[in-house]
Design a protein around this ligand. Sequence first.
Ligand SMILES: NC(=O)c1ccc[n+]([C@@H]2O[C@H](COP(=O)([O-])OP(=O)(O)OC[C@H]3O[C@@H](n4cnc5c(N)ncnc54)[C@H](O)[C@@H]3O)[C@@H](O)[C@H]2O)c1
Length: 365
Amino acid sequence: MFRKCITTLVQNAFCSGTSTHIIQEICQRSIHNTAGFVRPPKILITGGLGQLGTECAKLLRTQYGSENVILSDIIKPNQAAVESGPYIFADILDFKGLQKIVVDHRVDWLIHFSALLSAVGEQNVPLAVRVNIEGVHNVIELAKQYKLRIFVPSTIGAFGPDSPRNPTPNVTIQRPRTIYGVSKVHAELIGEYYYHKFGLDFRCLRFPGVISSDPPGGGTTDYAVAIFHEALRTGKYTCYLKPNTRLPMMYIEDCLRALHEFMCAPDDKLKRRVYNVTAMSFTPEELVECLSKYIPNLHVNYKPDNRQLIADSWPQVFDDSEARRDWNWQHKYDLNNLVDFMVKDVQENYINAVNGSDTRATIKI
Ligand SMILES: NC(=O)c1ccc[n+]([C@@H]2O[C@H](COP(=O)([O-])OP(=O)(O)OC[C@H]3O[C@@H](n4cnc5c(N)ncnc54)[C@H](O)[C@@H]3O)[C@@H](O)[C@H]2O)c1
């Protein structure tokens, strides 16, 4: 759906009577936003075939041109990924390999998405340490050497049971109890250190659970994506969190717009290198109530597993007032329009695509 929105925006720009004006605006914005560049920035995205990477590449390619955004990962791309723009193999643990990519492609911005997420990280701590900590050392050092602007996402998981949870401010105690959270606090601190010590243009947003129709990568907030797929296919869902577990969330379009606006924000607006951003907070039962308007016979039961312990230590409501104040962050999607978009997207692009128009749950779109 998001993909379609962007494609439509660009198509409209080229097809409508006011096309020249809109295209000029897009071009000027890209030059203006990258103050200092006389050409669009060349952008490398690591871990680019995950939940955020593919959609991020689409957004940035509409802004800066397909050839200026290089997607990289260690997994085999599907046909669509290969056809949509440059894709290369890049293991985040291979410093020399990354160095060659940055030099050969004259990279200006590095968006570092490679990571093992919270639930997966707990299952393989040594690998999480390597990918999430050693990987960050590699990209930070690379960004310093080649004077790149670097974005590293952090997360609500960078907080722990000792942090205030409702609301969780931008600066507060951070004592996470997952290796994922520990690695993200490390990334925040080393990025800030390189900024103060070497002037590295390090930028970091702490995202809440990100919701999109694409499959998520093994995080604690994944239920808020999986429920749409399961409920629309079968009319049922078994949730691994308790019904009253409140967590901050964000629709992917808001998340990626935040990333892009933050990357383009003039340096003198930024009072910090690390900001909380969010859009809403809800519990599984609140999401179910909203989704029931589309699937009246929806049946959800609750079987909490290990992820409940993780969720219980995370923020319930995220305070992103500093991002709103400093670089004018504003979300667009609340729970109601998130559910509306997700139902239509999953229905059209996943359920109908597999089943024809025949689905088992009764849906009121
Ligand atoms: N999705 C969310 O809800 C969310 C929320 C907060 C923060 N984040 C952060 O955003 C980033 C992207 O998240 P995502 O949901 O797209 O994750 P994801 O798990 O879907 O994707 C991560 C990608 O990293 C790749 N990867 C793993 N090991 C690698 C290696 N050695 N070298 C190169 N790539 C490797 C994987 O193949 C995968 O494609 C992560 O840093 C995550 O912590 C995500």
